[in-house]
Design a protein around this ligand. Sequence first.
Ligand code: GLC
Length: 464
Amino acid sequence: MEPISNRPGIQKIKSADKRKKVCEALESLRFTENDVKQMMKVFEEQIDYANSLNEEDRKKSDLFWECTYVSDLVKGNENGRYLGLDLGSTNFRVVLVDLKDGEAKTTTKYYNLTDDQLSGPAELVFDHIAASMEVFITEEKIQSQKPIGVGFTFSFPTVQKSLKKSILVTWTKRFKCTNGPGLDPCILLEEAIERKGGLSVPVNVMARISDTTGTLMAGSYYDKKCAIGLILGSGSNACYVEHLKNFKKLDPKEAKSDKILVNCEWGAFGDNGCLDFCRNEFEREVDQYSNFPGSYTFEKSFGGFYLGEMFRVVLVKLTKAGVLFDGKGSDELMTRWLWKSRQVTTVEKDNPGSSENTMSVLKQMKLDTIATEEDVLLVQEACYLMSQRAAYIVATALAVLLNHINEPEVSIGIDGSLYEHHPRFHHHMTTLLQKLVPSTKFRLFLVKDGSGQGAALVAAVESS
Ligand code: GLC
């Protein structure tokens, strides 16, 4: 990353003393070449540990590196109707995929969870899922004598025991349910359906997958070269196609081919301190006041659930250093977790020289009346630099996966609101990846709602 002082908005600051203070305050947003190299090395080491057959070695890694037990990508000859359920953010989704010789017709509906459901007993969440399934079935007039295959995208850290069986390790993101860890999400779902007295059509819950696996599956439906599914939403994670010989944890006799779909579950990368060399004060502060301090280090450095708060923390630092908002700010600036990633993506939508979107955010945060022209530029630069760092971190980890895949052409399917709405994330990721994997022709593409659609596609692939 170029020196902070090179940024055009920083160069426009008139006072040399102020410029110096700004550069000092923002210096830790730089993700240097050395950070990139070191992170790739550490990631590779952690993969080795996570992959080890020796349990003591495995404990040295915070990566789950789970076999998904999904036997194949989408082949293009699947038929039938399947349901996908997608739980991972407050936006629970039900997806119907109707396949005719591999051509999919998809219907998606959203059923938001309330704060009470997110912090009460886990059964409330699963009752909501069962109730939403029934609403969907009724509204879509689905009828069937035969059980409809269901794939369940459940995007929390779990240990995967088979295609269907998995055990929740901990809730993450906005979920703070009073129970759940140690339990199997598919069983919780089946119990909730039973509590309802069943659904109006029979269903067969076939698989629990992660949203990354769903995205990879949906990505492979759209693009046969897709070998990575990436989530850049509230949280982050990736699933990719690994050579079986590189995945030591699975007995090759259990494998269905020489390739295996691996759910990296990379959010917790760094929880053991291996990323301390590049963590900055902003990441540490976001973590300290988050739902689960000391966990999900990697995800917290760029996940959408955290980026708004990080932006706020950066602006508070500049304010306290006396170089922004006349050193004063507003109550809204000082309120933790009030800023969301939407504020980040909105500011980023301003092109150089324009400030309409930034002003709308400053207005929401009661900062518009005190913001000078230089303040507006500084807010934009801080947002740019923080976003660039975030995108570079993701690209660094992706480069390691691309090296593992080691194919001349690879497409990366991406789902999640951060990637979808951030106008520069794609560009920053592409720029760094081109440097890190120059011999791979890669393509990053949006797979909207891929995580839920992919769950239904898993059910289809496993049924065919
Ligand atoms: C969190 C979850 C992970 C999920 C990711 C993206 O990191 O633990 O399972 O894939 O968020 O939603």
